[in-house]
Each structure stands twice: as C-alpha cells, then as structure tokens.
Design a protein around this ligand. Structure first.
Ligand code: PCA
Length: 204
C-alpha cells in the first residue's frame, strides 16, 4: 500500500478550529485506488516545530506523495499554491509566540521552489465538481509558506511530488464542500503525471 501524506494545521490566531485539519482528518484512510491510501496528520502552527514535525512524518511514513494544507482565512476558493519563497515575514506571532521578520526559511537556499503537483489539472477538476478553486501565486510568508518551502527543499530531485493547498475559512466554504474539493484535488494530483495547460494567471 502506498501512502499520500495529507497534512493540515492546528488552529492559530485565536480561532477555535482550523478547517485545513478538520477537512484533512476526514480524508484519513481514503483509498485513492486499490493500492494508494491517504494518511492525514496535523501540524503545529509554529515556525520552530512545524517543519520538523513534517520531516519526521515523511521519515516515518515514507509517502509516495505529500500535500500540505493550511487556512487562508480571507480566500473563498481552494487555492493550489504554485510557489514557496525563502522568506519568513510574520504579521502575527505563531502559536509559540515567535514572529520572525525577513529571515530566510533555509539559509543559503534558492529564492523559491515550484509545486511539483499538477496544479492546473487540480483546479480544473475541482471546478468541474462545482467547487470554487484557483491557482494562487503566493502562499504568504507565515508558517504555511515556511512548511511548503521546507517540503519542496527536502524533496527536490526526488520522485515524490509535493505541494501546498490553501483552504477558505468556514464562513466562505462549508466544511463538507471543502472535504469534497480536497478529495478531488488529492485524487487528481495522484492520477495526473503531466499537468494540464489551462489559461489562467494574472496580468498584475
Ligand atoms: N494558515 C497559516 C498557518 C497555519 C494555517 O493554517 C498560513 O497560511 O501561514
């Protein structure tokens, strides 16, 4: 049995729940096909511990694909992130009270990494399921971007594809729709080796 590791975050910024983990946990044990299963795990929302926990999970579970998810409270669409950047710039303290400003995620690392997931195919499939989705050109500069960058840094050059999905707050997308959308996104990510070419992007 192969594993697709799907991660979500604990609550942060005084919110009682984080829909990224609430949705991911509902997909724990979901079989994408006969020999591929989703394993869901929760990450702490702290610069000092989130990346370490993620690397531990990869070590322990030896996943064939890794998808991290996090909450982007103001967004109304499921966002397939294109790029992780090598900068921490926290607007608020994390759950351990740390608030790094303009520090690198990885000292001496490249400026950025691209997702190795088929993000356009994922957006297309989620939209076809009637659920709002888009490609996002920034995962921010808080803990989610840090985890995304460290994930891509750890797996660069490996056969294990990986990436990040930001999810809307619960007032903008009910949890059941989010679970449906993530299920589609994860399945399509696994089953698509060459990304679709779809017009998108932003002029500015
Ligand atoms: N969202 C935050 C961190 C944890 C989460 O769910 C972010 O976008 O960085």
């Amino acid at each position: 049995m192969k594993t697709v590791l799907l991660m979500g975050f604990e609550p942060f910024d005084q919110e009682p729940v984080n829909p990224s983990w609430e949705a991911a946990r509902q997909l724990d044990g979901f079989k994408i096909d006969q020999d591929v299963m989703v394993v869901a795990r929760e990450l702490p929302c702290a610069f000092a511990t989130a990346g370490e926990r993620m690397l531990q999970l990869i070590d322990e579970l030896r996943p064939a694909m890794v998808i991290a998810t996090g909450l982007a409270p103001g967004r109304s669409e499921i966002s397939m992130e294109r790029v992780a950047i090598n900068i921490n710039d926290a607007r608020i303290p994390d759950n351990l009270g740390e608030q790094p400003v303009d520090t690198p995620v990885v000292d001496g690392g490249p400026a950025a990494y691209f997702s190795t997931l088929p993000i356009k195919a994922m957006v297309k499939a989620v939209r076809e399921a009637g659920i709002a989705a888009s490609v996002s050109q920034t995962a921010g500069t808080f803990v989610c971007n840090q985890v995304f960058y460290r994930l891509q840094h750890a797996l660069v050059g490996s056969a294990v594809r990986s990436g990040f999905i930001h999810v809307p707050g619960e007032s903008l997308m009910p949890l059941s729709r989010l679970v449906d959308g993530l299920r589609v996104a994860v399945s399509v990510a696994w089953n698509t080796s060459v990304d679709a070419v779809e017009v998108g992007g932003q002029v500015s």
